[in-house]
Write a protein that binds this ligand. Structure first.
Ligand code: COA
Length: 176
């Protein structure tokens, strides 16, 4: 006896949330792989209630959009509050997270369980970044850049330009 065809629930939207301050090639690799797995991917900046961040949320979204330009089904977004509520608003049934070295596991496990408890209809999918991307993080790149080191290979050219611009010494007006 043949099995009944599974009910189609329409295109699958995934949200890849993070702080993306700024987006790195490590994040981009996860977004690219998610774009092959799901019909639509929203790379979404979570607005921190108290932390201003290095780049503004608007700048981070702009840099995400530029970095995703080659992916037809991926876009930038931003949200306040809970990620699961954002997923519901965007009709997304999947949360994508990158799982790097062992240190990522504990907090990701806790966040995954909390999100599942809050929204059982939403699944968290973990993707493992390439080994050469495992140590990359936004704050590490900001630190290398801040000390004048070579950080460009870890980010896209538009992010590198934005970092150079942001770190350019400001010319001070002095009274004569
Ligand atoms: N490549 C490079 N860096 C990566 C990476 C990858 N594939 N995956 C993670 N990182 C780095 C980030 O750059 C960041 O580095 P930094 O601390 O040096 O800046 C670090 O890992 C943290 O990752 P991030 O993805 O930004 O996650 P986060 O832990 O800051 O979480 C939210 C951000 C928005 C996902 C999370 O806080 C959230 O969902 N907030 C809303 C409230 C909520 O719903 N909470 C969950 C239920 S309690």
């Amino acid at each position: 006896m043949s099995k009944p065809a599974p009910a189609r629930s329409g295109p699958t939207t995934a949200v890849y949330p993070g702080s993306f301050d700024p987006i790195t090639r490590g994040h981009l690799e996860i977004a690219e792989r998610a774009s092959r797995l799901f019909d639509r991917v929203i790379v979404a900046v979570g607005r921190h209630p108290t932390k201003a961040g290095f780049f503004s949320v608007a700048q981070r979204c702009e840099l995400i959009e530029e970095s995703l330009a080659h992916l037809a089904n991926a876009e930038a977004g931003s949200f306040d509050g809970l990620v699961v509520e954002y997923c519901r608003r965007r009709n997304a049934k999947i949360i994508v997270r990158g799982l790097r070295a062992v240190g990522d596991f504990e907090p990701e496990f806790q966040m995954g369980l909390a999100n599942r408890d809050l929204a059982p209809e939403i699944e968290t999918v973990f993707l493992i970044p390439r080994p050469e991307q495992q140590f990359v993080s936004s704050s590490l790149i900001r630190e290398i850049a801040g000390h004048g080191g070579q950080f460009e290979r870890y980010v896209t050219p538009s992010v590198a330009d934005a970092l150079h611009e942001r770190l350019k010494p400001k010319t001070r007006q002095t009274d004569a």
